[in-house]
Design a protein around this ligand. Structure first.
Ligand SMILES: [Zn+2]
Length: 238
């Protein structure tokens, strides 16, 4: 966890201090080694939220785009179980930054618990996901929504197939990977997946910053338009 209570105040971990878990009230110890990000760990139990995953730099970078008071928000279910949302926005939308593998069952229970919520998924956990996702786009028909997008089978590649069947918006984060499209920048892009009931998914690249602004202030999420090129006929479609 990034935060614990020290004398009643939410604080980040610094060497040698003890705190209290805001979720379960157990003592926590600041872990400030070199290998992992500075964090708080429970002294005697494992973390109280069974959904919690060890934080990566990727998690922290995402969390830090939002105000600290929105980060690590504890919820207690009616059965007493504690869950820590990575971020909860002012309007009550929960953001889950998902790096580790997650089963469809676990995903379903989180979607039922947090409503509304969105998933932001680390697309770079498995090396082969990027290349198979890129390959799937090459053969896919484009759909002219308000922005440049493609229509794919929801089994078109592994990372899409793993997220099919969910009921919340999913954004894939491939970092600064190049997709070799002249109109698409190699930085600042997220890939929105919108699953349709017919076993398809609409895949839309969007400006990462517009997603963050959307969550911060409700600004619209913006995608990309295909550039108007004079010799469009002689150019490949992709
Ligand atoms: Zn706890």
């Amino acid at each position: 966890m990034k935060f614990a209570l020290v004398e009643g105040i939410r604080q980040e971990a610094t060497t040698g201090i003890r705190g209290i878990c805001p979720g379960c009230g157990s003592p926590t110890l600041a872990k400030c080694g070199l290998k992992r990000l500075h964090h708080w760990a429970h002294v005697s139990t494992s973390v109280c939220d069974r959904w919690w995953e060890p934080e990566t730099e990727w998690h922290r970078a995402w969390k830090n785009l939002f105000p600290t008071e929105w980060q690590e928000i504890h919820h207690r279910a009616t059965d007493g179980e504690v869950h820590i949302a990575d971020v909860m926005t002012a309007s009550g939308t929960v953001l889950e930054f998902q790096h580790s593998a997650i089963s469809p069952q676990e995903r379903g229970s989180r979607e039922a618990f947090y409503d509304p919520m969105i998933w932001i998924v680390d697309g770079n956990r498995l090396k082969r996901d990027l290349s198979s996702f890129r390959d799937a786009l090459i053969d896919a028909p484009s759909v002219e929504t308000e922005a440049r997008a493609w229509l794919l089978s929801d089994r078109a590649c592994a990372i899409i197939e793993r997220w099919r069947g969910g009921h919340r918006p999913v954004f894939l984060d491939f970092g600064d990977s190049d997709f070799f499209l002249s109109w698409l920048p190699s930085t600042g892009v997220l890939w929105r997946l919108r699953f349709t009931p017919m076993g398809r998914v609409i895949v839309t690249p969007v400006h990462r910053l517009s997603v963050v602004d959307h969550l911060l202030s409700g600004a619209p999420i913006s995608g990309f338009r295909r550039p108007i090129v004079k010799q469009a006929r002689s150019r490949p479609r992709f």
